[in-house]
Design a protein around this ligand. Structure first.
Ligand SMILES: C[S@@+](CC[C@H](N)C(=O)[O-])C[C@H]1O[C@@H](n2cnc3c(N)ncnc32)[C@H](O)[C@@H]1O
Length: 218
């Protein structure tokens, strides 16, 4: 397997690792936003790291911060395989974190994470868990800490594209609790937990990044 510490994928390694084409497509545009938004951050908790592909790409390109992956334990082996293939000194093995049962952990020095990032999770998890994520983030983040979410969102009560409409229908057929969320609902939910929308980015393939910042010191 060819390795390099920048998480660039080659055919030989991709053959052996759980692979998401969507992650390959969106990792560079997401990174460009994270490089701006996480300039002052030191410890990032990624919720729902999935395959781990994002983490091996982002961590070495954000060398000023520590990148902590997390997911439900069923996904840890897959994430760890990517970490073993593309290790980085600021990339940490997945923590067991299930929104159903867990609180946001502290960093290993006992400090709170000053940023939380999650990609493509809000349309998968039930709305009650979306509420839980924002509640936990609002409790755990320090003043000016950031919650950054990536994925598709509806706007003004509408799908933003035909492809998102089709995606939403397929999600709901698979699990009626899943579905693309309304941006306005997410912004209102965030406000309830002292998280204010500070930036938003239109991303390729009808996705968006929403950046929320904690506006109180708890
Ligand atoms: C569509 S995947 C996204 C993975 C990755 N972030 C990406 O962009 O490809 C949704 C992720 O949410 C995670 N997830 C689902 N339910 C969860 C829960 N209750 N607590 C924490 N993570 C959960 C899944 O394990 C999975 O990694």
């Amino acid at each position: 397997m060819n390795k390099n510490n920048l998480g660039n994928t080659d055919i030989s390694s991709a053959d052996r690792l759980a692979f998401s084409q969507a992650c390959e497509n969106n990792k560079q545009p997401i990174l460009e936003v994270l490089q701006k938004q996480l300039q002052d951050s030191t410890h990032v908790l990624e919720v729902g790291s999935g395959t781990g592909q994002h983490s091996v790409y982002f961590a070495p390109r954000l060398p000023h911060l520590q990148w902590q992956t997390s997911d439900v334990t069923d996904n840890h082996q897959v994430i760890q395989a990517w970490h073993d293939a593309y290790p980085a000194s600021n990339l940490y093995a997945p923590l067991a974190f299930n929104l159903l049962t867990d609180s946001i952990p502290k960093t290993n020095t006992g400090e709170p994470y000053d940023a939380i990032f999650t990609a493509n999770t809000l349309h998968i998890i039930a709305w009650s868990l979306v509420e839980r994520l924002f509640e936990l983030a609002g409790e755990a983040l320090p003043f000016k800490g950031k919650l950054i979410v990536y994925g598709p969102f509806n706007e003004n009560g509408r799908y933003t594209s035909v492809s998102n409409q089709q995606f939403d229908l397929s999600l709901r057929q698979r699990d009626p609790n899943s579905g693309i969320r309304h941006k306005e609902d997410i912004i209102a939910l965030a406000k309830q937990h002292n998280l204010e929308l500070s930036c938003e980015y239109q991303m390729p393939a009808n996705n968006q990044i929403l950046v929320f910042q904690k506006i109180t010191a708890n």
